[in-house]
Design a protein around this ligand. Structure first.
Ligand code: ADP
Length: 484
């Protein structure tokens, strides 16, 4: 099968969160299963400097201009990665900077969708599955239907849209619709119009041949009131074509037995290396090197979605309980107060708390390995990857029972010898602290039982293996729609 992944992020080239990891790892797993896999993503500033110029320069009219999309290529892990070169991508930041989101994001990602179609026609052929991701990829099904299929191109090609996070919808003022160069009838409720606004994600939801989202629980939540962030009724119209498939983990990137970022490696048979990682990290961050002090970490975007409010509220309590806490993350311009609150907490509890503001891939790995508990109090979580990484690294996660967290963590019960983490339900600081308390108490009172929970997490299979088959089934359904 020939598959083209159309995404704003493909790790390691570009990544701001789980999207980049998920697209890269899925592509690699599909290629390993024998499929011909292409990705196409923007050539942001500094991305793939050595990629080869394919010679294709597509000219794409959008708004007042004809934009040039120069296509570059680099092969890696059996996947053919294409990059769209254009001055609009050559900026600091993927989607925005300190002043907020870029005002021309709709044009930047319209260009990505159209460039993907041009590149597929030149390099891949007519018989393709376009797998589009999130609102940035959601225009492709619209262009496919509005222009390419009526001209006789891609007659047997299907399109699939994966919603990694439908809270982000590309919802914009209606005046920007003209920039997209779609026929006027596409600005109706049947197309990209949503209560008078332009909504890029909606176009993809209605016009992709198949839809997926990133966990079975989230696939159910997304059609409940509020669960689709306003789009639940639109998604409900396509419920028969929606499949929930969990994201997986790429063991080449995230495995404590081989991780090149760690000072010591380890596995489920022998956790000695994990203790060394903890000591090294405590030393690195200037915390007391105390093997028996519970070390709690959190890694992720400092966004309301992630329950940062609950986390920030609980940090002083954790310090009072004698724990060490390290938070790695950064906030978008609108949520800088989260950074300030965490920095304040570090100031108030200098001997126990570290707030590392910024993005640091290697530190994220070292934290997963060093920690005793991973804290992820998300208010909603379509899938979430970090709680899976944490389990793979023997760090039981403390999570809210929602979306993909409910599907990937099991409540720890030392009496029956089951479970890999600790849940709470209500989105409140008290409920989070109750779950944290259960984790910390087990760590302090019965280290053997705690280590068994660590090991159960490490032995769980979060690989993409089984997921690949599920995606192939969805791709086949998308193509069947076209050939049927
Ligand atoms: P989301 O996609 O909602 O941001 P996920 O848990 O699915 O959340 O994925 C987050 C990914 O981004 C993980 O690979 C995590 O390690 C990484 N990440 C997020 N913030 C940071 C940061 N500040 N430094 C390093 N890695 C980060």
């Amino acid at each position: 099968m020939k598959i083209v992944q159309v995404s704003a992020e493909v790790a390691p080239y570009s990544k701001s969160g789980g999207l980049g990891d998920a697209v890269a790892a899925l592509s690699k797993a599909l290629a390993a299963a024998g499929h011909e896999v292409w990705t196409i993503s923007p050539r942001y500033r500094g991305v793939a400097p050595d990629a080869e110029d394919t010679g294709l320069l597509a000219r794409i009219p959008l708004g007042a201009w004809e934009h040039g999309a120069r296509i570059f290529r680099e092969d890696r892990d059996g996947v053919r990665h294409l990059f769209v070169g254009n001055g609009m991508y050559d900026r600091d930041g993927l989607y925005g900077d300190a002043n907020g989101s870029f005002g021309d994001n709709h044009i930047r990602f319209a260009l990505l969708a159209q460039a993907a179609l041009h590149a597929a026609r030149r390099f891949v052929g007519d018989d393709v599955v376009f797998h589009c991701h999130d609102w940035q990829g959601a225009l492709l099904p619209a262009y496919l239907k509005a222009y390419w299929r009526p001209l006789g191109h891609f007659p047997r090609s299907g399109s699939v849209l994966t919603m990694h996070n439908p809270a982000h919808q590309g919802r914009l003022p209606p005046s920007l619709f003209v920039d997209l160069e779609l026929p006027a009838r596409w600005f109706t409720p049947w197309g990209l119009e949503f209560y008078g606004d332009l909504c890029l994600l909606k176009g993809g939801i209605l016009h992709a041949d198949q839809l997926t989202t990133v966990s079975p629980t989230f696939a159910r939540e997304i059609v409940t009131p509020g669960g689709g962030f306003g789009l639940e009724e639109v998604i409900g119209l396509r419920a028969a074509d929606l499949t929930g498939i969990l994201n997986g983990v790429d063991p080449d990137e995230w495995s404590p037995t081989t991780d090149r970022h760690l000072p010591a490696t380890y596995d489920a048979e022998d956790l000695t290396g994990k203790a060394s990682c903890k000591a090294a990290l405590q030393g690195e961050l200037g915390l007391p090197v105390a093997p028996d002090t519970p070390l709690l970490v959190s890694v992720g975007r400092l966004d309301p979605q992630k329950g940062v409010e609950l986390l920030a509220d609980s940090v002083p309590w954790l310090a009072g309980e004698g724990c060490q806490v390290v938070v790695l993350g950064s906030a978008a311009a609108a949520h800088k107060t989260f950074e300030h609150r965490l920095i304040e907490a570090e100031r108030a509890h200098k001997a126990q708390v570290r707030a590392w503001i910024g993005y640091d891939e290697a530190l994220a790995h070292r934290l997963m390995a060093a920690a005793d508990l991973f804290v992820m109090p998300s208010l909603f979580e379509p899938c979430g990857l970090t709680q899976m990484y944490a389990q793979a690294y023997g760090t039981p996660p403390v999570v809210r029972r929602t979306g993909g967290l409910a599907d990937t963590v099991e409540e720890c019960d030392p009496w029956t010898g089951t479970g890999t983490g600790f849940f709470f339900e209500r989105p409140s600081g008290t409920a989070l602290r109750d779950a944290l308390w259960r984790g910390i108490s087990l760590y302090r009172s019965d280290r053997d039982a705690f280590d068994l929970a660590r090991k159960r997490g490490m032995r769980r299979d979060f690989s993409w293996g089984a997921r690949v088959e599920r995606f192939v089934e969805v791709y086949e359904r998308a193509q069947a729609v076209r050939s049927g």
